[in-house]
Design a protein around this ligand. Structure first.
Ligand SMILES: *Cc1c(COP(=O)(O)O)cnc(C)c1O
Length: 386
């Protein structure tokens, strides 16, 4: 097969192209940054509150509370729910480490739940088993942190039923999925709380660290706002609970305000790019599936390779063509050095998480990837696999 020739910048494709977006809005960003330098309100300046209002409007959720990063966002949620020793918190094993890390910070026990074969998100049956495991271990089942992996919301109807039956709260870790929808509901408006991250490579990213937590619950919102500034009470030097310094910088908020304006268009472009990959690869690999009446923001385009393919060799070969690929995630949490001491649902193994770690691969995607670039990726990948 003849290979498509495209003019590659520096001879390679960016795995996440942040430069094209910056070029597009650079003058707006410069102005936004200048305004902050002019007013000097670097901490909790007006842009922070303006951005929070825009975020709550965007996902139709009463409270959007910004914070320092997506990990702190989950921590703030756990602090608001008073998580501590003896509590069992249910987390998927196939996720970024932060989801389980914060549980351990508070002395609670993460219990790893397996994920679904086709969506890579928390499996409701495995969740039921994990709750039984917690009880068998004499732990107190307290809450669920579901993850919207690679940009697609978890199956919240199924998870919600289990949460209600077992009197558990639900935090949605939407670090990868802000902007997506689940059966007509916006990510941010689901569960007791939703957390997100503005790490630069996330679908909505700033130029540093940033995060947010969303809730419809006034009481939770009050606690989160207090914990975000050292457990502050009625005034700055009144400390009514243990908290942290979890604030978002004003500069990052100013940048995010500009990026949020073009975010809906970028989501559409990401969805178009993902569909294009699927259209041209589905006969060769196991492409990602989105639940009915649900959308993904495609933080990653991640598919599964056939068993016969040597993933490392494939990645090396694609790299020689200037095509970067990444494995998210090569080791599930229940097999990570620092995390394997915590129990898995059913106390045996998590076969789907383990299999995914062996055969997933992520391709370059962003709101700015061109069809030419995608054709180049597709043709070379097909050549390697055929
Ligand atoms: C990125 C990410 C986080 C952590 O966000 P940071 O802003 O990097 O702290 C948490 N959970 C998931 C699923 C993530 O992808």
């Amino acid at each position: 097969m003849s290979q498509v020739k495209i003019p590659l910048k520096n001879g390679t494709i960016d795995f996440v192209d942040l430069a094209t977006q910056q070029k597009k809005i650079r003058s707006e960003l410069d102005l936004a940054i200048s305004r902050v330098l002019d007013h000097g309100g670097y901490i909790m300046g007006p842009e922070v509150y303006a951005f929070e209002k825009q975020m709550s409007d965007f996902c139709k959720t009463k409270h959007a509370i910004t914070c320092a990063n997506g990990t702190d966002a989950i921590a703030l949620g756990l602090m608001a729910k008073d998580v501590g020793a003896g509590d069992a918190i249910f987390v998927p094993s196939f996720t970024f480490v932060a989801t389980a890390e914060v549980v351990v910070w508070f002395g609670a026990t993460p219990i790893y739940v397996d994920v679904c074969e086709d969506t890579y998100n928390m499996c409701p049956e495995s969740l039921n088993l994990a709750i039984k495991t917690a009880r068998d271990l004499k732990l107190n089942p307290k809450g669920i942190i579901a993850v919207d992996l690679f940009g697609q919301p978890a199956d919240y109807d199924a998870i919600d039923i289990i949460a209600k039956q077992n009197n558990l709260w639900l935090i949605c870790d939407a670090a990868q999925s802000f902007g997506a929808t689940y059966k007509g509901r916006d990510v941010g408006s689901i569960g007791d709380m939703t957390t997100t991250s503005f790490y630069p490579a996330k679908p909505l990213g700033c130029y540093g660290d940033g995060g947010a937590i969303f809730t419809q619950d006034d009481h939770l919102a009050d606690i989160i706002k207090s914990v975000r500034v050292h457990g502050q009470g009625s005034h700055k030097y009144d400390n009514i609970r243990i908290g942290m310094n979890g604030r978002l910088d004003t500069l990052q908020a100013a940048i995010l305000i500009e990026k949020l304006k073009i975010f809906p268009k970028e989501i559409q472009a990401r969805q178009g790019a993902a569909n294009y990959y699927t259209e041209h690869l589905q006969d060769l690999v196991s492409c990602p599936k989105v639940l009915p009446n649900t959308t993904s923001v495609w933080a990653q385009y991640t598919f599964r390779l056939p068993k016969s393919v040597n993933r490392n060799e494939l990645m090396t070969k694609l790299k020689t063509f200037g095509i970067p690929t990444v494995v998210y995630y090569p080791i599930p949490l229940h097999q990570q050095t620092a995390y394997k001491k915590y129990p898995v649902a059913g106390l045996k193994s998590l076969p789907v998480s383990e299999a995914l770690a062996q055969d997933v691969l992520s391709l370059p995607i962003s709101g700015y990837i061109s069809r030419e670039t995608q054709d180049f990726v597709i043709e070379n990948l097909r050549d390697c696999l055929e």
